[in-house]
Design a protein around this ligand. Structure first.
Ligand SMILES: Cc1cc2nc3c(=O)[nH]c(=O)nc-3n(C[C@H](O)[C@H](O)[C@H](O)COP(=O)(O)O)c2cc1C
Length: 215
């Protein structure tokens, strides 16, 4: 198991998983640690529904079928932030060997979002719809704890807003009630070491661009 700093630096998004199942006790340990996250009024607003085995396969089949009929309902990024997505796409798809003009390759790679990138454990992260942005922050803290605890246990993961693009399918397949807002999906499993994009550690901007000290 890594120390905290190494774990933080090691965690990165995995976009190709081995079919090997994930031991339930590792998930339980990671969830128990994740729940140590702080939260507004200690509400602990995180709510995660996991699907493995047949339920996961049925969910993926339903999502993939829906992708052939309707585009995902994901709010577009504001114009001034869009370059982040294209820069990231360039790095991730580039590492997969997909060039900018390879539309078929790009579409196939995007579709893999709704297969949870082959992960044997598929999660959907929710929060009660009456809660607000402070509570969404709390869910984010839980989620980061979870991703770190999974990393420390040798497991790969990827948070996926793309999954939230088909809320009706998720509600129907997983019995998620209307009062739960769906925030994102979560793919968990063992990383495929032969998939080059799994070894990509995308860079970060200088911290000064995001943090200000005033005296
Ligand atoms: C809330 C959230 C939603 C995300 N949604 C997706 C997604 O739909 N598809 C995807 O491939 N990656 C997704 N990611 C992964 C980000 O692209 C990734 O975290 C970011 O590029 C930094 O890379 P790293 O996780 O490898 O450090 C998401 C991450 C977060 C935190």
């Amino acid at each position: 198991m890594f120390d905290l700093e190494t774990t933080i630096r090691e965690r990165h998004s995995t976009r190709m998983f081995l079919p090997e199942p994930v031991p339930r006790e590792l998930i339980d340990e990671a969830l128990e640690l994740a729940a140590c996250a702080p939260s507004n009024s200690n509400i602990q607003p995180w709510h995660v529904v996991f699907a493995a085995g047949t339920r996961r396969d049925q969910l993926v089949a339903a999502l993939l079928e829906e992708t052939t009929k309707n585009p995902p309902n994901i709010p577009p990024l504001p114009e001034s932030f869009r370059h982040y997505r294209s820069d990231l796409g360039h790095q991730v798809y580039g590492a997969m060997g997909i060039t900018r003009d390879d539309k078929a390759g790009h579409d196939a790679a995007v579709r893999r979002n709704w297969e949870f990138f082959g992960a044997p454990l598929a999660g959907v992260v929710c929060m009660h719809q009456d809660l607000s942005s402070a509570d969404a922050l709390s869910v984010g803290m839980f989620l980061q704890n979870l991703l770190l605890a999974l990393t420390a246990r040798g497991l790969g993961s990827c948070a996926e807003v793309s999954i939230a693009g088909y809320p009706e399918i998720l509600r129907d397949q997983l019995g998620i009630p209307e009062e739960m807002a769906i925030l994102c999906g979560l793919a968990i499993g063992y990383s495929d070491p032969d998939f080059a994009a799994n070894n990509l550690h995308v860079g970060r901007e200088a911290i000064e661009k995001h943090v200000m000290f005033l005296e």
